[in-house]
Design a protein around this ligand. Structure first.
Ligand code: PMP
Length: 454
């Protein structure tokens, strides 16, 4: 944000908080070639079949050029809408193309659903941590986010129940529960089968709509995840899908499978935003899925990501010895590992040192709306080759080891009475008990989320 911005007094409340942050500068640095970046969650587009995609594009132009280059309808290309239920059938969903609304990636669906449901001051419930781009999208509508923690089996239904009850006692009701049940971004965990019906039952009981965001469901390495939430409740779950991870993020094709009662309203809100999604990219997506062996491509992408997941987990096992006190998730699909540092370390403050050591990650605080997550971080393994990932993990372990040694030395000195002079160290938390308890920190400035929205 420019201090001399002449428009500062005129921005809408929802976008006023969007400021550039120190993290933006670090991300600019993170894209330098010498940095092993486990930060941005970019799909490995070099693994796509370019010859096939070239044929598809030529086919579209030859067969339907004028129509493909024309405006389309706000609901989306009917051929693509009718083809997508075949993909969703792999997750147990039986749907009609009538209730599919094509969006520009699922990111646009998050934005327009926020617009459709949220007024300033409304509450939404989301996992903690949650997808940074969802926080960006919803924060424009000035919502309050209540986080529900996860464990290795995903969202904790007991705490969800407590949260919904608490809201009821406050005389409030969440507008929706936003959840990423499969191969979570950023946590890497999957909602267990036995929890799925519990979550849905709670949502119905409290009359809370469920937004099921599922970009990674088809990227399982060890079998498929349990049937989608939407497969179990067609009337209270909005399902968001995207071609970004199973095909091309550059096409910007996603979709919302709506409860029938909500489809028309979403189309109206979307038309107000963009008239229609690109006819051209929808036609490309339709032809690819209708006429080309997309399952082969998906299989090879899964294999690429599985090998990378294995490389990161192997390097973590080797470099992060138990004495370091770190724990991490073991994703069975998707792109992400969530790493928990000892709680006296602050991942956000440590990032500058990591960049100097030529490794980048996303600090955990970016994935919370309320200042939690300070001693955690997200590692993404989708983009760099395996050796590079392993090098990055080794560099990170070196940084963490140094920080821990420093923290322990300082704790020792503090215990010996030298506390005050040491509390200015930027990387360490400075809770009154010598750094043992996390200190709530202000959320990252809004734009630092947008910097790394993947
Ligand atoms: N939801 C989640 C959980 C994501 O991880 C992403 C992108 N990484 C999106 C939505 C948005 O993806 P897109 O707009 O490309 O479909």
């Amino acid at each position: 944000m420019r201090a001399d911005d002449p428009f500062l007094d005129r921005y809408a409340h929802g976008t006023k908080a969007m400021t550039a942050s120190e993290i933006r500068a670090l991300f600019a640095v993170a894209s330098r070639p010498e940095i092993a970046s486990l930060a941005g969650g970019m799909p490995y587009t070099a693994g796509l079949p370019f010859d096939v995609i070239g044929d598809v594009v030529a086919d579209v132009l030859e067969r339907e050029g004028p129509a493909a280059l024309q405006y389309g309808g706000g609901h989306g290309d009917p051929r693509l809408r009718d083809a997508l239920p075949e993909l969703m059938a792999f997750e147990g969903i039986h749907a009609s193309g009538e209730d599919v609304v094509i969006t520009q990636g699922s990111q646009q669906a998050l934005d327009i659903l926020g617009r459709m449901f949220c007024d300033p001051g409304d509450v939404i419930v989301a996992e903690g941590p949650t997808y940074v781009g969802a926080l960006s999208a919803f924060s424009q509508y000035q919502v309050e986010v209540r986080h529900v923690p996860m464990d290795a089996d995903g969202l904790d239904p007991e705490i969800l129940e407590q949260t919904l009850e608490q809201l009821k006692q406050e005389g409030r009701r969440a507008k929706f529960l936003y959840t990423v049940p499969n191969f979570h971004n950023p946590a890497g965990v999957t909602l267990a089968e036995e929890r799925r019906d519990q979550v849905l039952e709670l949502a119905r009981r409290h009359r809370v709509l469920v937004l099921e965001d599922n970009p990674y469901g088809m990227l399982g390495f060890e079998g498929d995840p349990p049937a989608a939430l939407r497969a179990r409740d067609a009337d209270n779950v909005v399902y968001l899908g995207t071609l970004s991870k199973v095909f091309c993020p550059g096409l910007r094709v996603g979709w919302a499978l709506m409860p029938p009662a909500l489809t028309e309203r979403l189309v109206i809100v979307k038309e107000a935003a963009d008239l229609s999604s690109s006819n051209l990219t929808q036609a490309i997506a339709y032809r690819y899925f209708a006429h080309y062996p997309w399952k082969e491509t998906l299989k090879s992408l899964r294999e690429v990501y599985r090998i990378r997941r294995d490389a990161v987990l192997e390097a973590l096992d080797e470099a992060f010895i138990p004495e370091m006190g770190c724990t991490w998730t073991h994703p069975k699909g998707g792109f992400y590992v969530w790493l928990q540092l000892p709680e006296q370390l602050d991942a956000r403050a440590m990032l500058a040192k990591a960049i100097s050591a030529r490794v980048a990650y996303v600090p955990g605080g970016a994935f919370y709306a309320d200042g939690q997550g300070t001693s955690s971080l997200r590692l993404c393994y989708s983009f760099p080759p395996p050796e590079r990932l392993q090098e990055g993990v080794r560099r990170l372990a070196g940084v963490v080891r140094e920080e821990l040694a420093l923290a322990r030395a300082l704790d020792g000195m503090r215990a010996a009475g030298a506390g005050d002079a040491l509390s200015r160290d930027p990387v360490r938390k400075t809770a009154g008990d010598g750094g043992a308890r996390p200190r709530p920190q202000p959320p990252l400035p809004h734009d630092s989320r947008a910097v790394n929205p993947r």
